[in-house]
Design a protein around this ligand. Structure first.
Ligand code: PLP
Length: 226
């Protein structure tokens, strides 16, 4: 199937929910993004700062760029002027850095906190206890230019649907709990970023508002090329 027809099929599936599609274009050339753009897609996700900046400079300015990878603090300055949402903030230090870059650029940068739920050691993210303990300190409230808009997770890489349901349900419950405790008055706290090509239908069942889908749209990724 073509990029255009994959997008059409995906949008049909997403239509029934309130979720938006982040087309994950990492490792794919600008020409692939242009095809998706021509088919109406406007939200794209990248996971390295360099690639994101290169593509931002080349491509139409009404694209909403999401940074979905692990962001090193020293790279935040490159994407701060234009990034729409940073999905994977997993430390206070990174949130603080993003806040400082927001101040310098005179804009508020939207962020999600990454929660580690997967049964794999290699994944980044805050554990549930660490996240609860941090939010309870209230220190995040002083980072006025890094706005916490919700939660993100990468589920375990498995075909076991029981595990996937469990992880997505856990993130949804945690979102509800934190919203009630800390963000009740804040309409910006509204995003649950979960679900990728292999598992987004399950994530949608648990209230995902942003699904991050790459290979299903753009095909196989060749990391040698980047
Ligand atoms: C690459 C990536 C995706 C997309 O993965 P696919 O399996 O190709 O859909 C989603 N989220 C994150 C954080 C990624 O790094």
């Amino acid at each position: 199937m073509s990029i255009k027809s994959e997008l059409a099929a995906l949008n049909m599936e997403l239509n029934a929910s309130a979720a938006r599609l982040v087309a994950v274009s990492k490792t794919h050339p600008a020409s692939a993004i242009e095809q998706a753009y021509a088919a109406g897609q406007r939200i794209f996700g990248e996971s390295t700062a360099q690639e994101l900046v290169d593509k931002y400079e080349k491509l139409p300015k009404d694209i909403e760029w999401h940074f979905i990878g692990h962001l090193q603090s020293n790279k935040a300055k490159y994407i701060a002027p234009f990034v729409h949402l940073i999905h994977a903030v997993d430390s206070e230090k990174l949130l603080q850095t993003i806040h400082k870059e927001g101040l310098k650029n005179n804009r508020i940068i939207n962020c999600l906190l990454q929660v580690h739920l997967a049964r794999e050691d290699s994944k980044f993210g805050l554990t549930e206890p660490a996240l609860r303990a941090w939010l309870e300190t209230g220190s995040w409230k002083s980072y006025t230019h890094a706005r916490i808009c919700g939660l993100m997770t990468i589920a375990t890489n498995t075909e076991n649907e029981t595990i996937l349901h469990q992880e997505f349900a856990t993130l949804q419950a945690l979102f509800d709990e934190l919203k009630q405790k800390y963000f009740g008055e804040d309409a910006h706290f509204c995003e649950l970023s979960m679900g990728m090509s292999a598992d987004y239908p399950l994530a949608l069942q648990h209230g995902a508002t942003l699904v991050r889908v790459g290979s299903r749209i753009f095909g196989y990724r060749d990391y040698q090329k980047v």
